[in-house]
Design a protein around this ligand. Structure first.
Ligand SMILES: Cc1cc2nc3c(=O)[nH]c(=O)nc-3n(C[C@H](O)[C@H](O)[C@H](O)COP(=O)(O)OP(=O)(O)OC[C@H]3O[C@@H](n4cnc5c(N)ncnc54)[C@H](O)[C@@H]3O)c2cc1C
Length: 491
């Protein structure tokens, strides 16, 4: 049996690897010129940058994925502590968020009274949500909405209020200081939404972050994950074809016969796995009425990334590998960004410096800074002629807060606006994390990982189940494999 995988993002690579391991003949077609999708790499003047994902979490998902393939983890990781630094505009020193509980308690000593007890309570609830949903909801395929509702009803009732209230409200019940609430709400940005619009159940991510697994440094940079997987695929004889965008489909009798690329080349197979966005691909390539542009535009999409890749001469001592730069009024900031969809006058942003722990990623005595600022997607802001102005605003703010003249020491600077993200990886309207994770777009309500009309077509990745982020996408590849196996058995 032959499978064609469209897209070489983590979801595509992981599915291809599992299929090849089971003896399938596998071919991959990719629009971009390199593998990895959003998990990509940029090289400029001796600097190496991770293009998108920089946080490596839930390492146990990666370990167990490779164990099932009878392989050791094919890249090296080491735990981070501190996990990250949070810079508030009104505080002179960054707040260090440690995995070590005593150090974390010290960080909050002057900010949040009785912090240790409050954190224990908060993490206890977060852990229960994690344990009660991991196998019942997250790591499961649903065949129908009824099936999904049945699974939901098996989750202990005590979690129900956390489905209905926001993460921020949940945090308000546990902490008093704005700082503690802001810090522990940052995980909601991994879902591409602010804590005021993220259901409190996602506090399970706080348990993963602070207690269960923490964050890890991938030695040599995140792209080592892709390089390792591509090596394994090539050893198994999988062919990867780049610079080929799939634009049309040929179907007959409820089965897909071939996909057609922009050069008119036909790609045929027994089974097709789509790693492009599961909603947008259905609309734009399969021309499904249910996913036509108007409907896609009405769906809830995560924010778009505005990213900068800066090579800087000198070391910026105050920065850690992961850093958040926040202002003073989080609620108004989020409201302006998410409800009014305007560019912020004083942006909140994230800065990654992988060279802190990976000296190979920058020339000697230099640092590589990756700056990410979530902005409205292209539905709300399609003109990015002001990109340089916005980049300057962030550069000035960052220089001031780090007390380092970044612009003077800049050796290379590349900026990606949401338009670049859309063009490079077919991200719908430039949305960075794909479809949002509101209650109406998760579980059986998210675009399914099997096609509604074509029996031999399946989907993997951020916009199908279970959701976005590298570990979820890895789980997605295991869920889709179950679908493909069941289809193959039915033949
Ligand atoms: C800026 C940014 C920062 C992030 N940070 C983190 C983080 O720190 N940690 C984390 O866990 N996650 C993070 N994420 C999320 C994470 O990157 C994604 O959830 C994950 O990489 C998605 O993988 P995927 O396989 O679903 O899709 P993708 O990586 O998007 O791969 C899909 C591939 O399909 C190709 N494709 C699409 N359409 C076609 C077509 N028609 N023909 C041919 N090829 C096609 C695309 O070019 C792409 O290569 C971040 C995302 C962004 C954008």
């Amino acid at each position: 049996m032959k499978a064609l995988v469209v897209g070489t993002g983590l979801g595509g690579l992981a599915t291809a690897l599992q299929l090849a391991h089971q003896g399938w003949e596998v071919e991959m077609v990719e629009k971009h010129s390199t593998a990895g999708g959003r998990l990509n790499r940029l090289e400029r003047n001796g600097f190496v940058f991770d293009v998108g994902p920089s946080f490596f979490s839930m390492s146990y998902e990666f370990r167990s994925f490779f164990e099932k393939l009878e392989l050791p983890l094919p890249f090296s990781i080491e735990p981070l502590d501190p996990l990250y630094a949070v810079f508030f505009d009104h505080r002179p020193e960054p707040l260090l968020i440690w995995r070590d509980r005593n150090k974390l308690t010290n960080s909050f000593a002057a900010i949040e009274p009785d912090f240790s007890r409050k954190l224990n309570d908060f993490l206890h609830t977060s852990r229960q949500i994690f344990e009660d949903t991991e196998w019942r909801i997250v790591k499961r395929n649903f065949d129908s909405i009824a099936d999904y509702l049945k699974a939901l009803s098996s989750v202990p009732l005590k979690h129900l209020p956390k489905l209905l209230c926001s993460m921020w409200t949940h945090l308000e019940r546990h902490f008093e200081s704005e700082e503690a609430k802001a810090v522990f709400s940052l995980v909601s940005f991994f879902l591409g939404a602010p804590p005021f619009r993220t259901p409190a159940v996602y506090a399970l991510l706080n348990y993963v972050e602070l207690q269960h697994d923490g964050y890890w440094n991938v030695r040599g940079g995140m792209y080592r994950i892709v390089e390792a997987m591509v090596d394994l695929l090539q050893q198994k004889g999988v062919a990867l074809h780049f610079d080929r965008e799939i634009v049309a489909a040929e179907a007959h009798n409820g089965r897909l016969q071939a996909l057609v690329d922009h050069q008119g080349h036909r790609w045929s197979a027994d089974v097709f796995v789509i790693n492009g966005d599961a909603a947008a691909f259905r609309g734009l390539v399969f021309k499904r009425h249910r996913y036509r542009q108007q409907t896609l535009d009405r769906m809830q999409w995560t924010l778009a990334p505005f990213t900068m890749y800066l090579g800087v001469r000198g070391r910026i001592q105050v920065l850690q590998q992961h850093n958040y730069f926040l202002g003073t009024d989080f609620r108004n900031y989020a409201k302006r960004l998410f409800q009014n969809r305007q560019l912020p006058a004083q942006p909140y942003y994230y800065v990654n410096v992988s060279s802190k722990n990976n000296p190979d990623c920058a020339p000697p005595n230099c640092e590589n800074l990756f700056v990410l600022c979530p902005v409205p997607d292209l539905r709300y802001k399609s003109d990015w002629s002001d990109a340089q102005q916005f980049a300057d605003l962030i550069l000035d703010d960052l220089s001031r807060r780090c007390d380092f003249p970044i612009r003077k020491q800049l050796l290379t600077c590349t900026v990606y606006t949401p338009k670049d993200w859309e063009q490079q990886f077919n991200l719908y309207r430039g949305s960075g994390l794909g479809l949002g994770h509101g209650l109406m777009q998760v579980g059986a309500l998210r675009p399914a990982n099997y096609d509604e009309q074509l029996k031999n077509v399946f989907y993997v990745g951020a916009s199908t189940v279970p959701g976005t982020g590298l570990p979820m996408v890895l789980i997605s590849s295991q869920l889709v494999l179950q679908r493909i196996e069941s289809y193959a058995r039915s033949l």
